[in-house]
Design a protein around this ligand. Structure first.
Ligand code: UD1
Ligand code: CA
Length: 472
């Protein structure tokens, strides 16, 4: 028998007033990813595909953000409550027969395992609805689960509508449900707004099912963190912390040494091979990949880059760059977009490299700018070398061959080619190409004036004595 397909419905129309932001709440990021995308990902991993997302406030932005995720969208023009939001999906899901998972776009810590468990519980129990719940000493703000004995749930009461006695209930609604879709869309249009907030509550579906003799159960979670609803920026920060530790733990379990989890930030999409060491105060973002044996940090920031086998990154900033095996950078290197360091290449302190290829075993060790350049293998670039790649209108390329030597404090005016095995004398301004194996000297010729300083010193001290004697 083919498994029952499960539909998905994500409520994401609210503004999130308590965030005090113009950005729709569900687009605020947790560990670098908009919250609603994390919810969509958890559902997808559990096999709930192409969920219907209800958008409203900032709908266009939400749809844009979810464009790569294969969602269907419906609009809730006015935010009249979670039940009203769910009802907006009727044109898409109204005919669907089977389970529908309903989640909120503001529960970013949801995992696929829990979604799977919820659907299994729904299919196994024969209930018309299963509600995810958790027990907490701080139930404030959540809907309370009202039970009739051990199994049956007979209602969910919102904090604002609860009696003092109901407020003491510590089992709360996590905001994640699995409904029989036909039952849900039959009941939703019948719900009223007779409550403290004058809204249509999705939670009222539970009492309606119970009233007509149906069965609603609750699935209690072990890890309430997972259901943390983000309503303000402090909850956003707390969710980010939980998510960050989750990611770090995953890498640690895969064989990555995380020296200090309190100061290490790794984005959800970063890939790290075993036997990598991440030192304190390191941030790895975007689609960064780190290969085995590499060591990064302390104090490194790496985004959308590849750090190859056995590389060393120390106190550096790396953006859209590729470091091949055993290359090194830092301290204080700035590898900008389009940089590639070949095997065993070395970039040192206060060196900026942009849109350039640095060849195998080449060293650019100190105080240098290499922009729009191709540098060959085994070449040495001396301290203070500058490629002048910009003439105020256009960028030009510099090409430096293999086994070349560029003396310290040289200025290479692009477009320029310095040949294989060529040498540039220190302090040169290079404005002509340098042939292979040639020496270029582009600086004023030095002249030594014998005894010049001695006679100057004598002259000056004589003048000083004259001045002192003539003082009254
Ligand atoms: C809701 C539940 C509460 C539960 C809590 C869990 C209701 C009535 N209450 O309360 O029992 O304990 O979640 O976190 O459902 N939304 C819309 N359109 C609307 C209103 C809300 O799309 O008109 C969306 C929001 O964007 C949000 C989600 O629904 O993603 C939840 O709304 P929110 O206002 O945060 O509900 P809570 O008060 O947290
Ligand atoms: Ca909420």
């Amino acid at each position: 028998m083919a498994p029952t397909p499960t539909a998905g419905l994500i409520l994401a129309a609210g503004k999130g007033t308590r965030m005090k932001s113009d950005l729709p709440k569900v687009l605020h990021e947790v560990a670098g990813t908009p919250m609603v995308r994390l919810v969509v990902a958890a559902l997808a991993e559990a096999g709930v595909r192409e969920p219907v997302v209800v958008t409203g406030y900032g709908g266009e932005l939400v749809r844009e953000s979810l464009a790569p995720d294969g969602c269907q969208f419906v609009e809730q023009a006015e935010q009249k409550g979670t039940g009203h939001a769910a009802l907006m999906a009727a044109p898409v899901l109204g005919e669907f027969e089977g389970p529908v998972v309903v989640a909120a776009g503001d529960t970013p810590l949801l995992t696929s395992g829990t979604v799977r468990g919820l659907v299994e519980e729904f299919l196994g129990s024969g209930a018309q609805a299963v509600v995810a719940s958790f027990v907490t000493f701080e139930p404030k703000g959540y809907g309370r689960i009202v039970r009739d004995g051990d199994v049956r749930v007979v209602g969910i009461v919102e904090e604002k509508d609860a009696t003092p006695e109901q407020r003491r209930i510590q089992e709360v609604n996590a905001g994640l449900y699995c409904f029989d879709s036909a039952t849900l869309f039959r009941i939703l249009p019948t719900l009223g707004t007779d409550n403290a907030q004058g809204e249509v509550y999705l939670t009222d579906v539970v009492a309606a099912i119970a009233a007509e003799g149906g069965l609603v159960t609750a699935m209690t979670a072990d890890d309430p963190d997972e259901f943390m609803g983000v309503n303000d920026r402090w909850q956003l920060a707390e969710a980010s912390r939980v998510m960050r530790l989750r990611v770090l733990r995953r890498h640690a379990m895969n064989g990555v040494t995380i020296v200090d989890p309190t100061s290490t930030y790794i984005g959800a999409e970063v890939v790290i091979e075993p036997d990598v060491t991440i030192q304190p105060m390191t941030v790895l973002e975007g689609r960064t990949e780190v290969e085995t044996g590499a060591a990064i940090g302390p104090n490194a920031w790496v985004k959308d880059s590849v750090i190859g086998r056995g590389c060393r990154v120390f106190m550096s900033h790396i953006d859209q760059a590729v470091m091949e095996a055993e290359s090194r950078c830092g301290p204080f290197s700035n590898l900008r977009p389009g940089t590639r360091l070949g095997r065993k290449a070395k970039v040192g302190n206060f060196v900026e490299v942009k849109n350039s290829d640095i060849g195998e075993s080449t060293a650019v060790s100190h105080l240098t700018y290499i922009g729009d350049s191709t540098v060959g293998a085994r070449t040495n670039i001396g301290a203070g070398t500058i490629t002048c790649n910009y003439d105020g209108f256009e960028k030009h390329r510099t090409t430096i061959g293999d086994d070349a030597f560029v003396g310290s404090n040289s200025t290479l005016i692009a477009p320029r080619r310095i040949g294989d095995g060529a040498m540039v004398a220190a302090g040169s301004v290079v404005h002509e190409d340098v042939p292979d194996d040639a020496l270029a000297i582009g600086r004023a010729k030095q002249e030594n004036k014998e005894q010049w300083v001695a006679s100057w010193r004598e002259r000056r001290s004589g003048q000083r004595d004259e001045k002192a004697n003539s003082r009254p």
